[in-house]
Design a protein around this ligand. Structure first.
Ligand code: PDD
Length: 277
């Protein structure tokens, strides 16, 4: 496989990372996960916009313009003759320098991006997944797509150990998002989700869900719901680049409504399929 390193293309095996690298030592960097369907990007521009917002938030200067990175990422697909469903993972760190918390003065950002095959999880999309609730122990700037993912990793691992797909995170009972996805509750025909504040990642799929809801004339209400509300939900679903729009049919061992994906979730999934096709 050919990867993108800085602004050059190279073979994946020839990329080495210095051990005094700020991404490794401090998690001092940002990333994006971008969906590829049939060899074409979905929502590439939204991901590039967010990458630049994250970079600005951590005072990281990226070594390319939005147009340059868009062209480079397109080139990455072409060079790998990518024709299937997959993802591109891109990360940018504050570079390598002798370990010191303050920013190094003369280093350039380290950037790389690579492709991975990733088929759509049709089983989860069709049948839904289970989740568990957990405290959101993260920092206050979750809108930054930062490499510091330890709380997310621990939450997802706990979910996995409880035979669940996701961890629904809450702060004092108020649901923010999941360990690697956004979450929505449907009650009496309305979609509720945490407002796009600094407490959640502003998901690219979330932006699409808002648009699909508008198109379908389903009220999209940016109002947080609580863990107690989940028990009363008509439907629950989550969204992310890798999970798309996935129904959540069980939380903490209790079924949501009749335990089957709901009809509004289905409509949103159909809208997604059409948009991504
Ligand atoms: N995760 N919230 C969190 C904490 C996330 O990590 C993600 C994405 C999302 C959804 O964002 P988007 O719709 O732009 O994918 C919400 C990626 C896929 C990951 O870390 O693998």
């Amino acid at each position: 496989p050919i990867i993108l390193s800085q602004t050059h293309f190279t073979h994946q095996d020839s990329l080495t990372y210095p051990f005094e690298e700020r991404g490794l030592q401090f998690g001092d960097g940002i990333y994006e996960v971008i969906r590829v369907y049939g060899g074409e990007y979905y929502s590439l521009n939204e991901h590039i916009e967010r990458l630049f917002r994250s970079a600005e938030a951590i005072k990281l200067k990226l070594p390319f313009s939005k147009k340059d990175i868009s062209d480079l990422l397109q080139n990455l697909l072409n060079r790998n003759s990518m024709k299937s469903d997959g993802i591109v993972y891109l990360q940018a760190t504050r570079g390598s320098a002798p370990r010191n918390h303050t920013f190094p003065s003369a280093t350039e950002a380290n950037v790389y991006a690579y492709i991975r095959d990733m088929p759509r999880n049709t089983d989860n999309l069709a049948n839904g997944v289970s989740a568990i609730t957990q405290r959101d122990t993260r920092w206050e700037n979750c809108y930054i797509k930062s490499l510091n993912l330890l709380p997310n990793v621990l939450a997802k691992q706990t979910a996995h150990e409880n035979n669940s797909y996701e961890a629904i995170l809450h702060r004092e009972g108020i649901v923010t998002e999941c360990s690697s996805s956004n979450i929505y509750l449907i009650k009496n025909g309305n979609i509720y989700t945490h407002p796009a504040t600094k407490r959640i990642l502003h998901g690219c799929v979330r932006m699409h869900v808002e648009q699909f809801a508008k198109d379908l004339q389903i009220p999209f209400i940016e109002e947080a719901f609580s863990t107690a509300d989940i028990e009363e939900a008509d439907e629950l679903f989550l969204s992310s680049t890798t999970s798309e729009i996935t129904p959540v049919t069980e939380v903490d061992g209790k079924t949501i409504a009749n335990g089957k994906p709901g009809h509004i979730t289905r409509k949103l999934q159909e809208a997604y399929e059409q948009d991504a096709a």
